[in-house]
Design a protein around this ligand. Structure first.
Ligand code: HEC
Length: 196
């Protein structure tokens, strides 16, 4: 009897903690089963909390990126970056070029000062909507340390607002393979904006 009581007390405590940590955002299915509308709803539920966390970082982009141009029509499940949901925005300097999603960039790189942002969330096996990191790529002038990474500087902010250390090489080893796209991966075709 005594034993049983302890066990259910622990279960209750665990439930309470996870309940508050996930802000009661629960998806109606596993991540591969969700319709676009359900993905949008999951994002709407977690969005505010996600952005509050990032905004604690001292980098002004961590607040500004929400006002940048949307570079995809909706968040979607990306099979890179850990098979999680991603949402894209691009700052004013890069926006018009980015949304051409051009694959003829070998002699036509993105303008210096372009910053691309990708916010990430997930739906775990318990169908809870969870927070992921905020990823950035910034195009910098040629001739600096970033030259060996295509003049891109990669950075990551954790959901609690801390800066996550990243290896430029790790990010660029993968991004650099998109050589005719100036190292950009671009969102899935289904969520690309109709370019002008
Ligand atoms: C395994 C390959 C891979 C690795 C490693 C990787 N990325 Fe990506 N990244 C992609 C692909 C593919 C896309 C576009 C498609 C997508 O998001 O599903 C992308 C998209 C992005 C975008 C949106 C802009 C664009 O179109 O490329 C940013 C920002 C980004 N990644 C940052 C990073 C950072 C920062 C790192 C290192 C911490 C990183 N990536 C590591 C493959 C990778």
């Amino acid at each position: 009897m005594g034993k049983f009581f302890t066990k259910s007390a622990i279960t209750a405590a665990v439930f309470f903690i996870s309940g508050s940590a996930y802000a009661a955002c629960t998806a109606p299915g596993l991540k591969d089963e969700l319709t676009q509308e359900q993905v949008n709803e999951a994002f709407e539920c977690i969005k505010e909390e996600l952005r509050e966390g990032y905004a604690k970082n001292e980098n002004p982009w961590a607040k500004d990126y929400v006002n940048w141009g949307r570079a995809a029509t909706a968040p979607y499940l990306a099979d890179v970056h850990g098979n999680r949901f991603v949402n894209y925005t691009v700052n004013e300097i890069g926006y018009r070029e980015y949304i051409k999603y051009s694959d003829e960039r070998e002699n036509n790189p993105m303008p210096v000062g372009s910053v691309l942002a990708k916010e990430i969330f997930n739906v775990n096996k318990k169908k809870q909507v969870t927070k992921g990191q905020l990823f950035f790529m910034e195009k910098v002038a040629a001739g600096g340390e970033a030259e060996k990474y295509g003049n891109w500087v990669y950075s990551v902010i954790k959901p609690n607002g801390d800066t996550q250390k990243v290896s430029q090489k790790f990010c660029h080893d993968c991004h650099g393979a998109f050589s005719d796209q100036d190292a950009m991966g671009y969102p899935n075709e289904e969520v690309r904006l109709a370019s002008e």
